[in-house]
Design a protein around this ligand. Structure first.
Ligand code: PMV
Length: 320
């Protein structure tokens, strides 16, 4: 049987990296989507093809495109296999075709979005019903392969949509806000490995226990305050919290001069707050812009600095 599913990308408003160490984080699903279509395969085995914008993958990576592409497709094959195993389907004839609007390796959840959509589409193609918790659990299989130590926040956001507060291992609280924050996303164009960045932070946290505990305590306060600011539509406060969160990420070494430059430029152009989003080391920053004039001014300045702008809005639904 044929089937299809789509899932949104995501941005993290507070708590990336520290969420891996146990702090709460806040994330928002955004209207950039991946789509998975599933049909029976010719070979009778699991086949994966994808329209992946490989030019967006990495400026620094010198590996040949074929092996790079294979590496990007493997999580989707793993997600499909895990789903068939889970629903005890012995029929492996499955061709999976992925298309993705989300830039790869940029901190916007491309891998979680494609794997979540894969799990959903594969289950549908076999007439099986998987609830959100079921998809969340299965998504750890491909996410573990790709990330090493994923907290689960990426897949949770892509599955549930909207804004969520997440805490390891599986606390997912949906937040209903009347007015979602107005966010600009700017991609630095330097893409990187989440696995390496998360690994280096975890290693450092094991050596500098006291210092990281203080950071975790502060991020816990920040994430709780972010929820409060979103509920009360207090953009000034939300901006200040984003700025402080960026400073902590800078202190643990996951920002770069390029990201710091984009963040500073966004603030100078009128953003109420700005921070890197996701694993850092490159990838994207987000800026909070409270009116249209400031939004276009910030966008223009960031473009001048070489960034690629994404005008995102909240995705309320998650995977469907
Ligand atoms: O893969 P990214 O860049 O979207 O980062 C995900 C957020 C991290 O906290 C860095 C990792 C995780 O699994 O929570």
């Amino acid at each position: 049987m044929t089937a299809s599913s789509r899932a949104p990308g995501k941005i993290i408003l507070s708590g990336e990296h520290f969420v891996v160490l146990g702090a709460p984080a806040v994330a928002m699903a955004v209207n950039l989507y991946s789509k998975i279509e599933v049909r029976p395969s010719q070979s009778g085995q699991i086949e994966v093809t994808a329209d992946i914008p490989l030019h967006l993958v990495s400026k620094a990576d010198k590996r040949p495109p074929a092996s790079e592409k294979q590496e990007l497709l493997e999580p989707l094959r793993l997600a499909a296999k895990a789903t068939l195993d889970h629903i005890e389907s012995r029929d492996r004839s499955l061709h999976l075709d992925a298309s993705c609007q989300i830039p790869i390796g940029a901190g916007l959840g491309s891998s979680a979005s494609t794997t979540v959509a894969t799990i959903s589409a594969v289950a549908k193609s076999r007439g099986a019903k998987l609830d959100r918790r079921g998809i969340f659990k299965l998504a750890f299989i491909p996410e573990n392969y790709l990330h090493g130590k994923p907290s689960g926040i990426d897949q949770a956001t892509c599955i549930y949509g909207g804004i969520i507060q997440f805490r390891k291992p599986s606390s997912i609280k949906a937040l209903n806000v009347k007015r979602p924050p107005s966010i600009l996303v700017c991609d630095s164009g330097v893409h990187r490995s989440t696995k390496a960045l998360v690994g280096s932070v975890v290693k450092r946290s094991q050596k500098q226990i006291g210092r990281f505990q203080r950071h975790i305590d502060e991020i816990t306060t920040i994430s709780n305050a972010v929820i409060k600011a979103l509920r009360s539509e207090d953009d000034l406060e939300l901006g200040l919290l984003m700025n402080r969160n960026h400073e902590l990420l800078r202190q643990i070494g996951v920002s770069t001069p390029g990201l710091d430059g984009l963040v500073a430029e966004a603030r100078k152009a009128g953003a109420l707050g700005a921070k890197l989003t996701g694993a850092g080391g490159g990838g994207c920053i987000i800026a909070l812009v409270d009116d249209d004039k400031i939004r276009s001014n910030v966008a223009r300045k960031l473009r001048k600095k070489g960034g690629t702008l994404y005008n995102v809005s909240l995705d309320p639904k998650g995977v469907e």
